[in-house]
Design a protein around this ligand. Structure first.
Ligand code: SAH
Ligand code: SF4
Length: 357
């Protein structure tokens, strides 16, 4: 089934070839520049509107929707046509509106602290399913979406082609600046190299979480395949090719990776990157099967200060939407558990993604 966001401008022209020529432009503008749903395009005849709604159904339906942070954060669980579910988060700030999208239903990478990783892999998303998350979030706000981050469910660089197509469409059709599109990767080195060769200078974020292979292997199983040195090499090359600063993400886990000596070793590994070395510290959001806890603020600040002294710039991410399980995969997991509790005997886990609307 084709959704409105599968079609290129040319394909929309073919679909509307019986209509006056200006119609395709009108529909295209409303869909992409104005971010409207087909049903909201009141400038076209109602019969045509009904035909388009029928022929181009949305790929996502809302399974669950919840607000937090005084309405500044909204989280969606969307159900896809085949029943798989994904998460999308809309975050409003003073100076920007950001949408966090999923690139896969589930994730095969199995990072031990991540709710999505704990639940396993269901399937890749196609480009239209990725793009529609942004447009649907746009429908919920009068402010224009300005940033998109691939930090929802899934590993974007394990699904590179659809992700690159989605990036192209978000840039060329939805109108976002390439530098406001951020792809976060756990360190899929071949994917990082593909992204470096991709036309758009999108922002790259690399989830590191540890300064040594021994520790990183316990958090990120993919480290066995692509150890820290290889990941940092690929990040260095990306920064050099694109002339863009790469960000390293670091989920802070009390007593595991938050010692000041670890900050020194981390700084030693990433110093001298083109555009400067930058670390984004994320206090761990505790997840079901992982025993780790976030450090207190003082400990995080000490770690951050040590990085700064070593010449690395640092931001500490505010935990948005903790009260609504906004960390990657958490809300979906909660929904699944609720469903399973209500339906004893029903299969649980990956492959049985079912939600109660
Ligand atoms: N797969 C990609 C992108 C999705 S995860 C990646 O791993 O980079 C986006 C970010 O959320 C990653 O930095 C990831 O490590 C982090 N994350 C996942 N679970 C978390 C948790 N429970 N607490 C804090 N950060 C978490
Ligand atoms: Fe996948 Fe990223 Fe979660 Fe790791 S942290 S399991 S790569 S979504």
């Amino acid at each position: 089934m084709t959704s409105p966001y599968d079609l290129t401008r040319e394909e929309l022209g073919v679909l509307l070839e019986d209509e006056p020529r200006y119609r395709a432009d009108q529909v295209w503008r409303a869909l992409w520049s104005e971010g409207k749903a087909l049903s909201e395009i009141t400038t076209i005849p109602s019969a045509l509107r009904a035909r388009l709604v029928d022929e181009l159904p949305k790929a996502l339906s809302v399974a669950h929707e919840v607000d937090s942070d005084g309405g500044m954060t909204r989280k969606y669980v969307f159900r896809l046509a085949d029943g798989a579910t994904i998460e999308t988060v809309l975050m409003a700030y003073e100076d920007r509106v950001s949408v966090c999208v999923s690139s896969q239903a589930g994730c095969a990478m199995g990072c031990t602290f991540c709710a999505t990783g704990q639940a396993g892999f269901e399937r890749h998303l196609d480009a239209a399913e990725i793009v529609e998350q942004v447009v649907r979030a746009q429908h919920a706000t009068t402010q224009r979406v300005s940033h998109v981050v691939f930090m929802g469910m899934g590993e974007p660089l394990a699904n590179v082609d659809p992700v690159c197509t989605a990036l192209e469409r978000l840039h060329a059709d939805f109108g976002l600046s390439a530098r406001h599109l951020t792809v976060s990767t756990v360190g899929v080195v071949p994917g990082m190299r593909r992204l470096a060769a991709f036309d758009l200078p999108v922002t790259l974020a690399v989830s590191l979480h540890a300064p040594d292979d021994e520790l990183r292997e316990t958090l990120v199983p993919l480290n066995h395949r692509y150890p820290i040195a290889a990941v940092i090499d690929a990040a260095r090359d990306y920064a050099a090719v694109k002339g863009r600063r790469v960000t390293f993400e670091y989920a802070c886990i009390e007593g595991v990776n938050d010692h000041v000596d670890q900050a020194d070793r981390l700084a030693g590994r990433i110093r001298g990157m083109r555009g400067g070395a930058h670390v984004n510290l994320i206090p761990l959001n505790p997840t079901g099967e992982f025993a780790g806890q976030p450090p207190d603020r003082e400990r995080i600040n000490r770690f951050a200060a040590r990085l700064t002294t070593a010449g690395v710039t640092v931001t500490v991410r505010r935990n948005r939407g903790v009260d609504i399980d906004a960390a990657c995969g958490q809300l979906r997991t909660r929904e699944k558990q609720n469903r399973d509790e209500k339906s004893p005997g029903r299969a649980s886990g990956a492959g049985s993604a079912t939600m109660v609307p």
